[in-house]
Design a protein around this ligand. Structure first.
Ligand code: 13P
Length: 265
């Protein structure tokens, strides 16, 4: 059975002076044993968040890693440098595709680097509004997955705990979330794409797919009502403890219901 996951992407917010307190507050207000919780603060706040979360069952993630291990890459951070600081890493976020011109090929290398460094990758994919309006959303996301994951050993990706976050670009930070039904359609398309990439149906069925884009405590339920959606990658709302309490609380309901459903079968 796939886990229910709520990952917080704090983006370029918080400082080492305040991140620990925020992380501790979120952790204490989201204690749902059936939900996998991850907080991804800026690099400079990783140590503070790690320390603040000592004794809490909340993982720490990075928001990016470099595609090389070391060398002349001013201002960059590689996956092995995160040892002891993080156990997850977001890769291929649309804001980095946009601002750092990251390509699918480069993002695929980051996925590999994450896994080699025992960081669980959250690979972000998603279409632009014009692409959705043109009826091309599924084709665009399939191409992103093929570009990043094609040719990579499926077993290594599964063992490395790969998670996909479907984040339609037009829904990020806009207050305009996708419909649950569209996210579910995309989650099915994502699993059939990786099945085609050599994963096979069983491994594809086990791939966790999150939704991201203007998730709030008010709309979280719409996504989790879809059995194909396994949780959320939360941006703006993840900086608000009240919102996170609602989002993770809702995820806990779903996790318990899904487990009960499996046990009944
Ligand atoms: P918002 O929740 O602020 O729309 O951001 C989503 C996101 O980009 C998470 O990675």
């Amino acid at each position: 059975m796939r886990p229910v996951i709520v990952a917080a992407n704090w983006k370029m917010n918080t400082t080492p002076a305040d991140a620990g307190e925020l992380a501790a507050m979120i952790a204490s207000r989201t204690r749902e044993p059936d939900v996998v919780r991850v907080i991804c603060p800026p690099f400079v706040c990783l140590a503070a968040v790690r320390d603040a979360l000592a004794g809490e069952d909340v993982a720490v993630g990075a928001q990016n890693i470099h595609h090389e291990l070391y060398g002349a890459y001013t201002g960059e951070v590689s996956a092995p440098m995160l040892a002891g600081l993080a156990t997850w890493a977001i890769v291929g976020h649309s804001e980095r595709r946009r601002d750092a011109a990251e390509t699918d090929e480069l993002i695929g290398r980051k996925v590999g680097r994450a896994i080699d460094a025992a960081l669980r990758p959250i690979l972000c994919v998603g279409e632009q509004l014009a692409e959705r309006d043109a009826g091309r959303a599924i084709e665009v996301v399939a191409r992103q997955l093929e570009g990043a994951l094609g040719g990579r050993d499926p077993e290594g990706l599964v063992d490395g705990g790969l998670v996909i976050a479907y984040e339609p670009v037009w829904a990020i930070g806009t207050g305009r979330n996708a419909r649950g039904i569209d996210a579910a359609e995309m989650a099915a398309a994502i699993r059939s794409t990786v099945a085609r990439l050599g994963w096979g149906d069983a491994a594809a069925e086990g791939l966790p797919v999150l939704y991201g884009g203007s998730v709030t405590s008010a709309n979280m339920g719409e996504f989790l009502e879809e059995p194909s959606i396994d949780g959320a990658l939360v941006g703006g709302a993840s900086l608000k403890p009240d919102e996170m309490a609602g989002i993770v609380g809702r995820a806990g309901m779903t996790a318990r219901a899904r487990r009960a459903g499996t046990e009944m079968r």
